[in-house]
Design a protein around this ligand. Structure first.
Ligand code: AR6
Length: 204
């Protein structure tokens, strides 16, 4: 219902580069863009672009954006994730770390899977959340990705307060300077979008 409402509103994500995309300069050749939308529909050029998935340590799918990404990518994505070796029994991607797979039916080329902290359970969630963003950006750079889109990591099932998460997300992306042509945040909920815009206006 939510996705339908968004589509009717014209607030959908993919390729929506008009109204509602707020643009901030990171450097001469690099920008940060904040928009409402569905990240499964987002792409820029289909060869050097990636979306980030808010996964869990098993990396075999789940609810929220993880479920939406797996549904849109098709079953090959689950199969590709399954081949990522376990570092401990049942754990393919420890918290704060990132793994890359192809994107299969999605309009982008890569999916970067990362696991954020559970806010009310984990010690020092702010350290893990920053590492999650940093490790995605590092892996993206190593894979010559020029355009990358993040959802609001940990801001759903994992319970991170939006304003605190926004400060970490935006300040960590600011460290990447000119490494990417565009870094996007594609945010599903109005409250999250508002928190990100407020923080970007304060920091950039
Ligand atoms: N596009 C963009 N953002 C979305 C979309 C979408 N299609 N769908 C939801 N969001 P969550 P987490 C937003 O819960 O907190 C999963 O079960 C959502 O509104 O997806 O990191 C995993 O398997 C929220 O703002 O991720 C893990 O077990 C944000 O994405 C666990 O949830 C993140 O919410 C990860 O929890």
């Amino acid at each position: 219902f939510r996705a339908l409402t968004m589509a009717l509103d014209g607030g959908g994500g993919g390729g929506n580069r008009g109204d509602g995309v707020k643009d901030f300069k990171l450097s001469m050749s690099s920008s940060l863009k904040i928009q409402r939308g569905d990240i499964t529909m987002w792409s820029v050029n289909g060869t050097s672009d990636a979306i980030v998935n808010a996964a869990n340590e098993k990396m075999l799918g789940g609810g929220g954006v993880d479920g939406a990404i797996h549904r849109a990518a098709g079953p090959e994505l689950g199969a590709a994730c399954y081949t990522v070796p376990e570092v401990r029994p049942g754990i393919r991607c420890p918290k704060g770390e990132a793994k890359i797979t192809p994107a299969f039916q999605l309009p982008v080329f890569h999916v970067i899977h990362v696991v954020g902290p559970v806010y009310h359970v984990d010690n020092h969630p702010e350290v893990t959340l920053r590492n999650a963003y940093r490790n995605c950006l590092k892996l993206a750079k190593e894979n010559k990705i020029e355009y990358i889109a993040f959802p609001a990591l940990s801001c759903g099932a994992y319970g991170y307060p939006y304003d605190e998460a926004a400060a970490i997300a935006i300040s960590t992306v600011m460290e990447s300077h000119g490494d990417f042509k565009e870094v996007h945040f594609v945010l599903f909920e109005d409250d999250v979008y508002d928190a990100w815009l407020e923080k970007a206006n304060a920091l950039l």
